[in-house]
Design a protein around this ligand. Structure first.
Ligand SMILES: Cc1cc2nc3c(=O)[nH]c(=O)nc-3n(C[C@H](O)[C@H](O)[C@H](O)COP(=O)(O)OP(=O)(O)OC[C@H]3O[C@@H](n4cnc5c(N)ncnc54)[C@H](O)[C@@H]3O)c2cc1C
Length: 313
């Protein structure tokens, strides 16, 4: 499929933007464009889109909230799918005793989900307070932190393969681990969260506590993609060390390349200033890795996902 010919999708219930400024849609707000951005309105049109892309060897990527993503200045080829229509953002709650299953569309916004579950007095999702993005992105990244991670409350994940086959998988079988899982490539369209009824005041207090902690330790008001690097495992104990503390100890706080800067507040955040480019961020990532290896003998792996041309998902 030649993505410059949107008429090829004209029979599908999909909003299409050609030469779409996807870099501007990320939390960094920088980086290039995609040949095509497609927002399907229904599951059927999403499946048909994926099948046509496969048949035409067109690369497919999925954009969630763009909170863990850096798009290269040269942009990306092929189709970027965004599940931002209501159909993919719905959350349906079903209570059985004091357990509530929340069937959550992959495009559901994490901030709203935290507030919604808090209002309903549902315990189990508080750990996502202050983490931006979508449910699909949080499943893919197994997002979380000191208070827990997405997999703690996940019961099922519905995955659409890039062949166009949908399957609902038991989360317990997916090997979720620190910021990862055995989930293969594909598009997460829905997940089910298992939450428990609790005193809404206690849920609210926990959400507030976590949010306040993040606000006081992370540069939440700046442009970033959250932690730039994964916390490395200690070779002796296997326990994860703080990448931020290691970068700080290497003396890199405040290091700058162009408009990209190692945050003074939290050394694992690379923040940007007006005029920054994605190339500045990528060069700073490389600089941090090289310096930390030299000075601390630690090999840091990026946590931020970097999209560039010919980098098929
Ligand atoms: C200020 C700030 C604070 C943050 N704090 C934290 C934190 O405390 N803990 C933490 O873990 N993260 C944190 N992050 C990173 C980010 O919030 C999480 O990684 C989040 O889960 C990203 O979700 P997203 O929808 O924005 O994904 P995106 O950034 O859009 O995408 C990330 C990856 O997931 C894939 N993806 C997205 N949606 C789908 C889908 N439906 N199906 C398949 N793949 C998909 C993308 O292709 C990409 O590979 C922070 C980010 C910021 C900006």
């Amino acid at each position: 499929m030649n993505p410059s010919r949107s008429s090829l999708l004209g029979d599908l219930d999909i909003d299409v933007t050609l030469d779409a400024p996807i870099g501007a849609m990320t939390w960094y707000g920088i980086g290039g464009r995609a040949d095509m951005l497609a927002s399907p309105r229904t599951t059927e049109s999403l499946i048909e889109l994926v099948k046509r892309c496969r048949a035409n060897d067109t690369p497919v990527r999925v954009l969630g909230g763009g909170a863990n993503l850096l798009v290269d200045d040269g942009g990306v080829e092929g189709v970027v799918i965004k599940l931002d229509h209501e159909h993919f953002r719905r959350v349906r709650y079903t209570a059985t005793g004091d357990i509530t299953a929340a069937a959550t569309g992959a495009g559901a916004d994490l901030f709203r989900l935290v507030q919604d579950t808090r209002r309903r007095g549902l315990h189990g999702f508080e750990m996502m307070a202050g983490i931006p993005g979508t449910a699909g992105g949080a499943v893919r990244m197994n997002a979380g932190g000191a208070w827990g991670q997405m997999s703690d409350c996940l019961r099922t994940v519905t995955l659409l393969s890039l062949n166009g086959v949908a399957q609902t998988l038991n989360a317990a079988d997916l090997g979720f681990r620190y910021r990862g899982s055995d989930l293969s490539s594909g598009i997460i369209t829905e997940c089910t969260l298992e939450l428990r009824e609790e005193d809404p005041i206690r849920v609210r207090d926990r959400v507030m506590e976590i949010f306040q902690h993040k606000r006081s330790t992370q540069p939440m008001a700046d442009h970033s993609a959250g932690c730039a690097f994964r916390n490395p495992a200690d070779p002796e104990t296997g326990r994860h060390l703080s990448a931020g503390a290691i970068i700080d100890e290497a003396g890199l706080k405040g290091t700058r390349i162009g408009g990209a800067v190692v945050s003074e507040q939290h050394a694992n955040f690379i923040v940007t200033e007006p005029g920054a480019s994605a190339t500045d961020v990528r060069r700073l990532i490389d600089e941090i890795r090289t310096t930390v290896l030299e000075r601390m003998n630690v090999n840091l792996e990026p946590e931020v996902v970097i999209w560039k041309r010919s980098d098929v998902a």
